[in-house]
Ligand binder design. Structure first.
Ligand SMILES: Nc1ncnc2c1ncn2[C@@H]1O[C@H](COP(=O)(O)OP(=O)(O)OP(=O)(O)O)[C@@H](O)[C@H]1O
Length: 270
């Protein structure tokens, strides 16, 4: 599935939150969206998953304007894992995951054996099988996140849009969920805060800063100390990890930087 956002602009409360943003996720690619807090990542994703219509610009999947599709048609093409992931009523984990099948059903159409087996498979893939009968609302943040990912999987959409999917997850599940998302070979657009996770998994990264795309390219092209200083205001060292061959970012704390400055002052004074 080919996702294209073209010249997308969004105004909120009289302020331009997105300013002519262009983004593309080509079929089968894993695309990351990174940027500081408040830079516009969620707003851009909301424009893409049809929650906040852009004030200008176009969002298409395989050439179809998503705002011309019905919610059901959109759900057949695109599965979404939102940051909030709120569920108001108490359902079991299995029921929540089964809801992902509704994109493929008519009103009152009953669930089939295939639906149930897709649900069991998604629960197994996200490590949630043992939780199937538990109440969703009783789960921890990370467990809820995994259930919502399982629900997105059973939707069987070719495009997955995820806003910070690894947020509440411990490191083992962060890696497991990212490995799983990568192994699906779908088109994936994912907002991420962890830049080393972005470097490891993304084929392409878009960097957003104050509602504009500040850089775009492969992790190798985009992730460098100059960009990280300019966009995130942090000092880093970026090197290619000898084992993974991927870029790896080391972040320096303010304390370490002031120690370095002191050392530099001493050596210039000498
Ligand atoms: N309904 C709204 N009305 C006014 N401003 C809004 C509204 N929703 C979001 N904003 C503002 O838009 C900007 C972008 O917000 P957005 O949630 O897209 O950022 P983000 O990059 O996803 O941030 P984070 O990393 O903190 O999740 C922020 O300054 C936010 O305060």
């Amino acid at each position: 599935m080919n996702l294209i956002a073209e010249q997308v602009s969004v105004m909120l409360d009289g302020k331009e939150i997105l300013d002519h943003v262009d983004l593309q996720a080509k079929p089968g690619t894993f695309v990351g969206l990174i940027g500081p807090n408040g830079s516009g990542k969620s707003t851009l994703l909301k424009s893409i998953y049809r929650v906040r219509k852009p004030d200008a610009g176009l969002v298409t999947v395989d050439g179809e304007d998503i705002y011309q599709l019905s919610p059901r048609q959109t759900a057949q093409r695109m599965a979404v894992v939102r940051q909030e992931g709120t569920v108001e009523f108490d359902f079991t984990v299995r029921e929540i995951v089964l809801m992902g099948r509704s994109a493929h059903k008519r009103l009152f159409q009953s669930d089939t054996e295939e639906d149930f087996s897709l649900v069991e498979r998604a629960l197994a893939r996200t490590g949630m099988q043992a939780f199937a009968e538990r109440s969703f609302l009783s789960l921890s943040g990370g467990e809820k996140q995994r259930v919502l990912i399982a629900r997105a999987l059973v939707q069987e959409a070719k495009l997955l849009v995820l806003d910070e999917p690894t947020n509440h997850l411990d490191i083992r599940y962060q890696l497991q969920i990212m490995d799983l998302l990568k192994s699906l070979r779908l088109t994936v657009l994912v907002a991420l805060h962890d830049l080393n996770i972005a470097a490891t998994y993304c084929d392409r990264i878009y960097v957003i800063q104050e509602g504009r795309i500040a850089a775009a390219g492969t992790p190798e092209q985009v992730l460098n100390p100059e960009m990280l200083r300019e966009v995130f205001g942090v000092e880093t060292e970026v090197y290619v990890h000898p084992k993974t061959g991927k870029k790896h970012i080391v972040f320096f704390s303010g304390m370490e930087m002031s120690e370095q400055r002191k050392d530099a002052e001493v050596s210039t004074a000498l």
